[in-house]
Design a protein around this ligand. Structure first.
Ligand code: 13P
Length: 287
């Protein structure tokens, strides 16, 4: 059964661990993540970006696939199906399609407009028992001229959005999507601490989980991060394993051209990455 992410994140915040959001791209991705979560008895959040939703033939297709898999694979751990970085319109579409959780990313709007739209979605998701993630805009980065530094949110704006009653809050603390540049300055723990102090029990979300050193992840969790998003790292491990398959000429041996064989090493690589992250985040055995 699909569940809202709210309860699993409240538990994670209390228990000082984080639940991983792993973005999905297709059937293989979804199956690999669900099977790993089940094997390790970990709650899990499946992230779907608008682009990935489109690629997978729309949100209703995604809901059908995920629900079908939970049923057919006998998945009993809590699974949330979550829209990642959604527009206001996409959030509404996903709610209609049967997602159990949505992110409305209003960080590019003015704080007033972000508040207004987030508030509407809080009402809608509350009524339906779904979880809602909001994101708060950037203030930093521009003045110190640090190249490759991520956004840094204003803790007071974080409090304004948290007070609307969202289930979880994404706030930039120098994190960025994709690989981190060589000269990355690391996470801004002072700002994270300020945000946590102002927002209290609110589960905080760390985006850009790929490539953040383990000690920083642990420290972020100790300062209130309860959800960590990982996307690129699964793509990198999938592609490296697939590349190896072809480089070793496996596709030319026997029935090595069978797509189920071609994709198998990549699937195993995703599983290994998800396992490594769940160990680091501390979510194993918490289902
Ligand atoms: P990465 O691709 O850097 O892991 O970030 C994922 C993410 O934050 C999705 O919202």
């Amino acid at each position: 059964m699909l569940v809202s992410a709210k309860e699993m994140l409240v538990k994670a915040k209390q228990g000082k661990y984080a639940v991983g959001q792993f973005n999905i791209n297709n059937l293989e991705w979804t199956k690999a993540i669900l099977q790993t979560a089940q094997e390790l008895k970990s709650p899990v959040i499946l992230g779907v970006s608008e682009g990935a939703g489109k690629y997978m033939c729309g949100y209703t297709t995604v809901v059908g696939m995920v629900k079908g898999m939970i049923n057919e694979l006998g998945i009993t751990v809590p699974v949330a199906l979550h829209l990642d970085h959604g527009s206001y319109e996409a959030a509404k579409k996903c709610i209609e399609a049967g997602f159990s959780s949505v992110m409305f990313d209003g960080s590019h709007y003015s704080i007033e407009e972000n508040i207004e739209k987030t508030k509407e979605l809080v009402e809608l998701t509350d009524k339906l028992g779904l979880s809602l993630e909001a994101e708060v805009g950037a203030i930093g980065g521009e003045e110190d001229g640090v190249i490759g530094g991520g956004e840094v949110a204003d803790p007071n704006e974080c409090k304004m959005i948290a007070d609307l009653g969202v289930s979880m809050l994404a706030a930039g603390i120098g994190n960025i999507h994709g690989k981190y540049p060589e000269n990355w300055g690391g996470l801004n723990f002072d700002v994270l601490d300020d945000i946590q102090k102002l927002t209290g029990d609110m589960p905080l979300v760390l985006h850009g989980g790929t490539g953040i050193p383990a000690d920083m992840i642990k420290r972020a969790i100790s300062l209130g991060v309860s959800k960590i998003n990982v996307n690129t790292e699964c793509q990198l491990s999938f592609t490296a394993a697939t590349r190896k398959y072809f480089e070793e000429g496996k596709d030319l041996q026997g029935k090595g051209f069978d797509p189920r064989k071609v994709l198998a090493p990549g699937v195993e690589a995703i599983k290994a990455t998800v396992k490594e992250k769940m160990e680091l985040f501390g979510s194993i055995g918490k289902a």
